[in-house]
Design a protein around this ligand. Sequence first.
Ligand code: HEM
Length: 197
Amino acid sequence: MTMTAEAYLWFKTLHIVGVVVWFAGLFYLVRLFIYHVEAKELEPSLRVPFHEQYSLMERRLANIITTPGMVLTVSMAVCLLVAQPQWLLQTWMQVKLIFVAALLLYHFYCYRLMANLQAQNCNWTGQQLRAFNELPTIFLILVVMLVVFKNQFPTSAATWFIVGLVIFMALTIQFYARWRRKRLETIRLETPEVNSD
Ligand code: HEM
């Protein structure tokens, strides 16, 4: 294997490692936002310590995992394109770059949400954040399909079945979480002694 071919494979390896780290960070970060927002419903003596703990966890996760994952993904992508600039002429890559731009907006919007949460100035509900947390899953599936299928992006019935299944699973998770929260609320209202603990 030539040096250039080997370098290309190293860039691709690190690009994929970056993607895994970036997404792990994005998924967990917004999950922390959900717990953080819902900690407002805790009894008053617990609210401040929980707020401080979630703020610390969010900052560390964002700065030590999520952003370095993003930087590794993008910097290795640039190396891949420098090595093979002809990718930029292909439609799948141009479409991929649009999704990546949306993902970068999502990433930086998470920083804004984090700053608002830490300043106790975030109006989002747990339910809204749960829906927001599903967005990167959609980007991930579409981008991975684009790099795998390239210009042969599938549009068959099987593809729509898989897309439908993913949407169905995401909605089921949302409804299950809502049902669980409602049930806990009912139990709390029916047994007031739990509240007075
Ligand atoms: C900064 C934007 C990005 C650019 C310019 C870019 C560019 C590239 C290039 C040139 C390749 C090599 C394709 C090949 O050799 O077949 C690649 C591979 C890959 N990219 Fe990206 N990428 C970017 C962001 C992403 C993101 C955000 C994801 C995940 C959501 C991703 C997932 C992948 C995967 C899984 C591969 C391996 C595909 C394969 O080997 O078949 N990329 N990328």
